[in-house]
Ligand binder design. Sequence first.
Ligand code: VGL
Ligand code: ZN
Length: 192
Amino acid sequence: MNPPELRPTDALLIVDVQRDFCPGGALAVPDGDAVVPVLNQWIDAARDAGAAVFASRDWHPPDHVSFQEQGGPWPSHCVAETPGARFHPDLALPVSATIIDKGTDAGHEAYSAFEGTDLAAWLHAAGIERLWVGGLALDYCVRASVLDARRIAGLPVHLILSATRAVEVQPGDGSRALDDMRSAGAVTEAES
Ligand code: VGL
Ligand code: ZN
């Protein structure tokens, strides 16, 4: 889906487009870097419309509870201030983008960009009326962020299908995540 005509009251939320989630990274999402050129088009469209851009980062301490060394499910990834935690080098974030760090507390997992952050308050303060979401991974942080955008922020949410990829720890996780998001009222590319 090419970006539609965006409005000044739209916001783009780019979830966790970081090196560790791209091929070659510590927790690579298959084809994860394919989202970058698509999101760059949306960043251009947001700039043209005067729409806000938010970008979340998974930003963990070295002893985060989600890491296998701590008994969690994931290899160590996106450790704050390390190269793997950087945004993909080709992601053309505007200087005006608001960065949201999450999962910063060693003892708590936070898949959603709303969890333990001020994102809902910022969206509200900025008068945002619709949220367009893309990024990684579809079946974890994108899913959780879309569900919270519906349930916490109460916003109309459009998931940009061409700008997200699933990690699919279990086959089918991606399509189940889409079902969950659609059930919560999110609109996906095929319907919009
Ligand atoms: C994510 C697994 C662990 C994500 C973050 O950004 O989807 N997945 N931490
Ligand atoms: Zn993580």
